[in-house]
Write a new protein. Sequence first.
Length: 340
Amino acid sequence: MMQAEKVAGDLRDAHEAVAGIQSPVPALSAAVRRLERRAVQAPALIEPAVKALDAALTALDDASSHLDAALRAADHDPRELERIEERLFALRAAGRKYNVPVDGLNALAARHAADLSLIEAGAEQLAALEVAAREADERYRVAAAALSGGRKQATEKLDKAVNAELKPLKLERAKFSTEIMTEPAAPGPHGIDRIEFWVQTNPGTRPGPLMRVASGGELARFLLALKVVLADRGSAPTLVFDEIDTGVGGAVADAIGVRLGRLGQRAQVMAVTHAPQVAARADRHYVISKSALDKGKRVATRVAEVAADKRREEIARMLAGAEITAEARAAAERLIKAAG
């Protein structure tokens, strides 16, 4: 519109020159009339000039008509241009205020309108959400209570089964129990219970959490009993027992070996042991040895698998020590056959 305003100004100036006060048309028309009156006296001189002047007047008339049409086409309300300019200034100011391009103001306005509608309907939505929250909380409480009840029933069976495993593991004076502490103020994805395994290692002593009360060897045997009882409930793919037989021998070591063998049917069990009763129960036997290198400056650790036909000799060595006797070999053979 601003460009049209400039074009219209030039058109008005041209129209004024052709048909306005300074127009040459009146003077040219008067000149033509005077020449026409003299045409009888000198036709050869006057007629060409009159024709040329008539053509010029016709051309000026055509030009005036074209200029009139152009002015009508370019005509607009100057106040409309002012209103549009004010609108553009307002849009640019809004873009700066909300830090968005002018073309993004429509989308921003739509988002604000949606936010306003949410605010206006906020009370209704809040009430619906509060109802949904109360219903979800009630469902959670019911499910958590049912889970707690199921856990209490399961602990009786678990405690009985674990305690039955303790005597063969030389923990006959110990007692295992599962403590369930219900904490309604701290609900979570696993219910409202906090569960701990407690043990009493000797009569008269105060029971407490397994991880704090039991010694290293006792802890390993308690965990072995737990793993054996829960073997059919799933397990980690690999279980590692480090010298679980420390401080025990004979029947207790054999009981440990039996239980490790049972666990080995459901998971991979690795046991570091000095007890031949435990080693005889294994499917594979590895010897770990250390040797000095560089004149004692460093030590190398070597792990070597014992071939199946060499296992009797290795287990006999574990039984007899440095000098392997025939009795040790016979005892080793009996251990291997008993394990098989």
